[in-house]
Design a protein around this ligand. Sequence first.
Ligand code: CA
Length: 227
Amino acid sequence: MKILIVEDEIMIAEAVAHILKKNNYSVDIAADGESGLDFALSGIYDIIILDIMLPKKDGFSVLHSLRDAKIPVPVIMLTAKNQTQDKIKGLDSGADDYLEKPFEMDELLARLRALSRRKGEFAYNGILQYGDITLNPHQLLLTSKDKETKLTPKEAQALELLIANKYITVSKDIMIEKLWGYESNAEDNHVEIHISLLRKKLKQINSTLTIKAIRGLGYILNYPGEV
Ligand code: CA
């Protein structure tokens, strides 16, 4: 996943880039609106983080030019605190999301995940790839390099949820809410049963991916190939 940061405050840009790289994104930085637009028009980016106040060309004009050029890349606008007008203007200009400065990195990472999911669904028709596995949630098919197995709908949903949240722990409550619905009578042990079946199927196709239980918190995917 390739991300462009258009931000003239170089300390912020580099701090964000550093953390994104640690999270396995590849990152370019443009320090003014003109070069930001040039970079963005290349069409190679999966997501653009765009500041509003920029030298040479402001964030709104960059966004306008980008959308005029029919580049559909998801854009997160960085707005100043309490500038509701900027948020509205940004969204009206074709931004997909905004984030108020100063922001928490965890929040930015969550927004990026949400946007890449949206993009992933669009680009790959719902097929998810992570580590050494591919999940086709429509056909309930889990494949590795040389093997495949069928999943139950609940197993597929659980795995989908874990892949979508691959860097954060998914609680049993969230699993219940997503898999059975908000007002269901499902309990923690229902989740445990499906997770244990899912673990067996990952083993069965020789995947090195494991589902780690974090006591009292929930589950997280663990892929040994990833730092
Ligand atoms: Ca700025």
